[in-house]
Ligand binder design. Structure first.
Ligand code: GAF
Length: 388
């Protein structure tokens, strides 16, 4: 957990004023991958790893930023917020700009931020950054936006300033997450319910491949376009179809021959994954962890074979669990092309599971594997109390 005293001290040292503290969480996703931008279902949860901002007005036109983790600084003008040549700073520019685009009156501010969400591990460090800042600016400048508006501004910042046409899952979980629960979200209506994570005797363990292949963002946007082109074909038959959420497996199969085989595979994966989320929630509700775990494995197979967003490192880690009686389910998590697998592991076997998997991974891939046992935490919040 990040020490807010360190952030506050750094803030004082750099800018000499007293900040507020705004934080937001990274996330895991139990099941429902690449379904959010198809208006489908997801089952994420906020984790106890966060990005934290120390933030204060500076009554000027200039915003001054400092990243503790990168030991780097940047500036931009709030009256003309434009992308900088630093990718990390553009998330900050983007959130401020997107909030102003819907009417927020934001002036110059200073910020120092850092966190313990591992970067590039598929735990949504970028959503945590965007949401912490959106929440902090909302408080600091009295914008009066509700949580959902902040989520949408953060998502737009990711689209327009990081170039990833993401769905809403990461930002939603980062803001709306609550300790001990996952969030079952309908990405069309944005109706959600908190699901207690009843996995007695088991825990969620993340195995981090320690790789992030460079094609991740471009392939992500391509997947989105492929889904949309599948929908265009089906619309000719059922004009009311807006998204893959509206498509049944029967309808899809009936028009298989009219689709490019790659487009078909992508659409079939999404339609099946949506059904898996519904089933997985029923299993979780009934306490049937074996059946829940099976859905996780099926999800991975679809992501690897049909959606083609896995990679050898992720596939290896999932395969390793197949004959391990202490693991009920395993799948790649998030956008793909690296990052973590999420595993449902018997509590008493976690230590040996991690040690054996890391050893096998090192041997086969020549790389170090990291691991995290998931603790479900709270979403975005602001602390008014000064830190120094
Ligand atoms: C990334 C995106 F940001 C999410 O919106 C989601 O699509 C996810 O990949 C895949 O499920 O994390």
């Amino acid at each position: 957990m990040i020490d807010t005293k360190v952030l506050g001290d750094k803030f004082q040292q750099l800018y000499g004023s007293t900040p507020i503290i705004a934080r937001s969480a990274g996330r895991v996703n139990l099941i429902g991958e690449h379904t959010d931008y198809n208006d489908g279902f997801v089952l994420p949860a906020a984790i106890d790893k966060e990005i934290v901002f120390a933030l204060a007005k500076n009554n000027s036109d200039t915003c001054r930023l400092y990243s503790v983790d990168l030991d780097d600084s940047a500036e931009f003008s709030i009256s003309a917020p434009a992308k900088t040549d630093k990718a990390w700073a553009n998330y900050v520019v983007g959130v401020a700009a997107e909030m102003m685009a819907i009417g927020a009156e934001i002036g110059g501010f200073d910020c120092v931020f850092g966190g313990d969400v591992p970067l590039g591990a598929g735990l949504s460090s970028s959503a945590a950054l965007e949401c912490a800042l959106a929440n902090g600016l909302n408080e600091l400048f009295g914008c009066g936006f509700d949580k959902l508006t902040l989520v949408k501004s953060a998502q737009k910042a990711e689209h327009n300033y990081a170039g990833v046409k993401c769905g809403i899952m990461d930002q939603f979980a980062s803001v709306f997450g609550t300790a001990g629960h996952c969030v079952r979200l309908d990405c069309r209506t944005l109706e959600y319910s908190y699901f207690p994570l009843n996995i007695d005797g088991y825990k969620l363990v993340l195995c981090d491949t320690n790789v992030k292949h460079s094609l991740a963002s471009s392939e992500y946007n391509t997947r989105r376009e492929q889904c949309e082109s599948g929908v265009e074909i089906l619309k000719k038959y059922q004009p009311e179809i807006a998204n893959l959420r509206d498509v049944s497996l029967e309808l899809l199969q009936a028009h298989k021959d009219e689709m490019d085989p790659v487009i078909y595979k992508r659409c079939e994966y999404v339609v099946k994954e949506n059904a898996r989320v519904v089933k997985a929630c029923e299993h979780l509700d009934a306490g049937n962890l074996e059946a829940f775990g099976e859905q996780m494995y099926l999800s991975h197979e679809g992501l690897s074979n049909d959606y083609e967003v896995s990679c050898p490192e992720l596939d290896f880690l999932v395969e390793q669990t197949r004959n391990n009686a202490n693991v009920l389910g395993s799948r790649m998590m998030g956008g793909g092309f690296g990052g973590c697998t999420i595993n449902l592991v018997k509590e008493e076997a976690i230590e040996s599971f991690v040690a054996e998997t890391a050893e096998a991974y090192q041997k086969a891939m020549g790389k170090e594997m990291k691991s995290y046992t998931v603790v479900i935490g709270d979403g975005a919040r602001v602390e008014q109390a000064p830190v120094c």
